[in-house]
Design a protein. Sequence first.
Length: 367
Amino acid sequence: MVGKNSSLDLSGLRILMLAPCLGKFGGIETFCLTLAENLLTRGASVRLLRKKVSGYSNDGSIESSEEEIRKSWTPQEDNRFSTDYVDGVKLLAGTAFDECDLVHLHNPMVEGVWLAKKRNLPCVMTVYNWRRRGLHPRLLAWRWAVRSANRRWYISEFVWDTWERTRRKGSARLPVVSRMPSGETEPSKRRGFLFLGRWIPNKGLRILIKAYSELAPDPEVWPLTVLGDGPLRPEIERMLSQTKTKGVRLLGFVSEEERQNQTRNAKWMVTPPHTKEDLGLTPLEARSVGVPCIVSADGGVKETGGTHALVCEPGKVDSLMNCMKRAVEMEYAQYERMCRLTKEGLESYVRPLDEYASEYLTLLGRK
């Protein structure tokens, strides 16, 4: 997805990115670096400021992941990229906003909008999270920040709807897809179910383990592979031990290459969150290599699963088990057809990174 239109020249452009940071490498961190790489190849300079937010605790994953990603950059690109951690005081006292031509905020950041407006800088915003309603001052401030940005890009239709029921000028849906897997495995050679994500309550892993345990499919033909890690690991391991469930493979964190390999070799991607997921990236990754999805009717996940996904009720073990049973009992000809159909609409949904550079140039009057 790092596609490049050579006509979009950003030579000399100084871009400041400001993103919230909890101290752990995740979706926002991944996309910031992917977008930065695309902009650097066009000649821009990029400064990424990570603003420490409530709950910040650095586990070292940001530094190690960034180092690995930057290995593929050319020396010229790497020299035009810088990053730093800031808090509110350092952000307000610093000179970063005096040394850029355009500000790209990742999520509503009131200080960022205010500093950009004060200096008459173009300010764009990628909005990752659905809007929580209420009269709390912080919620009202976030709403002001979103409405004040020159361009607002929402990661899904679901997120967009929560912020703008009536679409406003300057808004669009631009999913923050970083790198999609490539290459497809012959459907007859694929095996089992795949879960990919953080092992936290809202991702639905506990429900998935219970559904798989009750379904009890042939573990050789229908293993359940679980990638990622998180605070639920002790509980998940205890559940598997108590139920003596066979066929579940807890692989933990794996390399990007292995992640893509596991995705293309799974029969089904299972993504069953139950707390209004903002986007649902794993269904998009699966669909890109023709792997159909089982998703919950939750937030943006149903949207990214596509019109041919099997859909379960959020938080319902029986509903998820029934979807998995349908997958296991599906005739091969029907499954093969599902593999073809799951890619329908993906190209128009996943937009190229070119659109960011194009919007930058439009705002700056250089296009």
